[in-house]
Design a protein around this ligand. Structure first.
Ligand code: OKP
Ligand code: ZN
Length: 344
């Protein structure tokens, strides 16, 4: 399988995230993609090629123009006012507060366009986030040109980013932008299967009222895990999209024995939908030793998961999302890709 990759991911290299009441070095850091790349290079799975540039148009098919402009200019505005350290929001509009007024100041806009304080904007964020989109779109293009599958080795991840807000280490929704590109190039039905530990609230929200993109996610139960406020079983889509959203929340401690039948059920749902293309949001933070997550999958389980997905035999774009166990992230991703190719 071909991999698309760019060193530009290293531009997202922030100083700190706010997590567990502490300002800590970001879990979502350049070592993640570097480790995956070095494992891939040793595994002889296929060519590793650079992305093309697709500009802003495919991004604006998914994201709000005001939000995209904010992302593009946030660092310049923030650093002019605050100095050369990461931008982090501290205030959000919750119940009884207004969502219809966009603040004028950078601090206010940062709050308006985000939903957590774990997603720092720094000098290279725009460069890294737009390159991640180009990586996903280049891999997507390979599939439209006839490749049966392709791997977008991108970071920062994307699945928590919605039409007009960032959060959960995500700025632009790489997988959603690629899914939309399939639609714009003639696909009638696209599935996004999200196997990251965390619910892909951004991707779900983007496609929630649409029947042409079916979002299916297996993730930690939002009663117990981030992002807490989306990802429940009763979220089935709305309007014309009713019936085309499916969530499988699982409890803390879930292992392959529990995960496997749920995956089988999700794959059955996909088959009944007859998609033209499949986008997999691949998070390997379901791993037993992940430092911020609480499932118990093993490295071998990723090969089993991928083999089951590959059996569906749809053109499949695999987009990198989470996974924070740096020492094993490379072996886990390679295990998935080898399993997908029917190797063991
Ligand atoms: C991004 B992706 C855990 C706090 C979690 C943010 C997690 C973002 C995950 N105590 N903070 O889905 O892997
Ligand atoms: Zn995750």
């Amino acid at each position: 399988m071909i991999t698309i990759y760019s060193d530009d991911h290293r531009y997202q290299n922030a100083q700190a995230e706010l997590i567990d009441g502490k300002l800590l070095p970001p879990y979502e850091n350049p070592r993640r993609a570097d480790a995956i790349l070095s494992h891939l290079q040793q595994s002889h799975l296929g060519a590793i090629e650079p992305p093309k540039s697709f500009g802003l148009d495919p991004i604006l098919r998914v994201h709000d123009a005001g939000f995209v402009n904010f992302l593009q200019t946030a660092w310049a505005e923030w650093s002019a006012q605050q100095g050369n350290h990461d931008a982090l929001p501290l205030t959000w509009a919750t119940r009884t507060m207004r969502h219809d007024r966009i603040p004028e100041t950078i601090e206010g806009k940062l709050s308006y366009y985000s939903f957590d304080a774990g997603t720092p904007i720094s000098s290279g964020t725009w460069q890294a986030a737009t390159t991640a989109v180009n990586v996903a779109l280049t891999a997507q293009e390979r599939i439209t040109q006839g490749a049966p599958s392709a791997f977008a080795l991108c970071r920062p991840p994307g699945h928590h980013a919605a039409r007009d807000f960032l959060g959960g280490y995500c700025f632009l929704n790489n997988a959603a932008i690629a899914a939309q590109a399939f639609c714009d190039q003639g696909a009638d039905r696209v599935v996004v299967l999200d196997v990251d530990y965390h619910h892909g609230n951004g991707t779900q929200a983007i496609f929630y009222d649409r029947p042409d993109v079916f979002f299916i996610s297996i993730h930690a139960h939002p009663s117990q895990s981030y992002p807490y406020f989306l990802g429940f079983e009763d979220e089935i889509g709305q309007g014309k999209g009713e019936g085309f959203n499916r969530n499988y929340p699982l409890r803390i401690g879930t292992d392959w024995l529990t995960y496997q039948p749920v995956l089988a059920e999700a794959l059955q749902q996909i088959q009944q939908y007859h998609p033209d293309a499949l986008v997999v949001s691949l998070g390997v933070d379901t791993f037993e030793k992940d430092p911020i997550s609480e499932f118990r999958l093993t490295s071998r389980d990723y090969a089993r998961m991928a083999a089951a997905i590959a059996q569906l035999n749809y053109p499949t774009l695999i987009v990198m999302e989470g996974g924070y166990a740096i020492d094993e992230i490379g072996q886990n991703v390679v295990s998935f890709l080898r399993g997908f190719e029917g190797l063991s």
